[in-house]
Design a protein. Structure first.
Length: 358
């Protein structure tokens, strides 16, 4: 974790504690996952709900589910969790971000009158207390916590870099919009891989946008960050020739996803590409869905399941897109080696959505 700019001032206790949490998560990812999959397959059932009901009596599954739920809480809220570390420094973080907001001030556009959609404020996505929009503690904790979301492939090329390079091979955009940019991880990858392109990030969270702006200033990357709702954006029609987004759609109810598709088509130039990297259609048949749907419940991701049941191709066609592809995405070398079979280790069903504005 030492490569993250925010880590330089973290106490040893925090880093040691987080390393222990990651170690437990790796145990969960491999040994416990393997045993749960084996037991679930032995049931011979073909309905994820029936598999879940039968597995409730398994001690292994109870342990697996307990770790899945509580390791996420420990990461953020334990004695040396990220929120526990940052919260006493909330005022200091505010001053730092306000200072950076005055540097290249025209590259940070906040909206004090923004109205959040109900789904955004009703639940603690990822079990994140209060949401990432409430304060700077949340934004910084979210940035740190994202580094251990997928601890099994730290030696491989960065997920966001892989995704952006896919976009780069697909087209040569002059102006790119990153939807739901958060603290700017994908946004900065877009600018790094395509330095000549104008890159804009849009998100609902003011603290995340201020943190993203700080990171961009520190890296001397001219990126515009705008506070807004991707269901209804301020941009003019035909403003962008490429739209990107990562891990956003699964946080939205179906109605919001449909609105987002329509709004993306409005701001996208004809012939431009719409791409999103997200979770969809888990491999492994009904056992794979049992694993994925269980995660959605335990990690408080209510819209993972509803999105998985949507026909994304049909919805994109209705919104005005063509040449639609919804394909598995290889987040690290060999991640897709099992094809449609259940993975050898726990992993998100990474999927890339690609469509062309008709």
């Amino acid at each position: 974790m030492a490569s993250n700019p925010a880590d330089q001032n973290m106490p040893f206790e925090v880093l040691a504690y987080q390393s222990f949490v990651v170690g437990l998560k790796l145990h969960w990812t491999h040994a416990l996952y393997d045993k749960v999959v084996e037991e679930a397959q032995e049931l011979g059932l073909t309905d994820p709900k029936k598999i879940e009901k039968e597995m409730q009596g398994s001690t292994t599954y109870q342990y697996y589910g307990w770790l899945e739920h509580y390791l996420q809480q420990y990461k953020f809220m334990g004695r040396w969790g990220f929120m526990s570390h940052f919260e006493p420094h909330e005022g200091e973080l505010e001053k730092i971000l306000d200072k950076y907001a005055k540097i290249e001030a025209d590259m940070l556009e906040l909206d004090p009158d923004i109205k959040f959609p109900k789904y955004y404020t009703l639940g603690d996505f990822h079990q994140f207390p209060g949401g990432v929009w409430i304060n700077n503690t949340g934004a910084h904790s979210y940035e740190q916590g994202s580094r251990t979301t997928m601890p099994t492939h730290s030696a491989h090329a960065d997920l966001h870099t892989r995704y952006v390079r896919m976009i780069k091979n697909l087209c040569k955009p002059k102006k790119v919009l990153d939807e739901g940019c958060g603290f700017g991880k994908t946004t900065m990858s877009l600018k790094k891989e395509m330095p000549k392109a104008d890159v804009v990030g849009v998100d609902l969270s003011e603290p995340c946008l201020k943190l993203a702006h700080r990171r961009a200033v520190e890296e001397k990357m001219p990126i515009k960050f705008v506070q807004g709702d991707i269901e209804c954006m301020k941009f003019e029609d035909d403003s962008f020739d490429t739209i990107a987004g990562s891990m956003v759609l699964h946080e939205m109810p179906p109605r919001a996803i449909r609105n987002t598709f329509k709004e993306a088509r409005r701001v996208l130039k004809k012939g431009g590409y719409y791409t999103h990297l997200d979770f969809y259609d888990p491999p492994g048949g009904d056992v794979g869905k049992f694993i994925y749907y269980g995660h959605a419940v335990r990690n408080r991701e209510p819209y993972m399941i509803t999105m998985d049941k949507m026909d994304l191709t049909a919805e994109l066609e209705k919104a005005g897109f063509t040449d639609i592809r919804v394909e598995p995405f290889e987040e690290y070398d060999g991640a897709l080696r099992k094809g449609e079979e259940i993975p050898e280790e726990w992993r998100f069903p990474w999927t890339v959505i690609i469509a062309k504005a008709a």
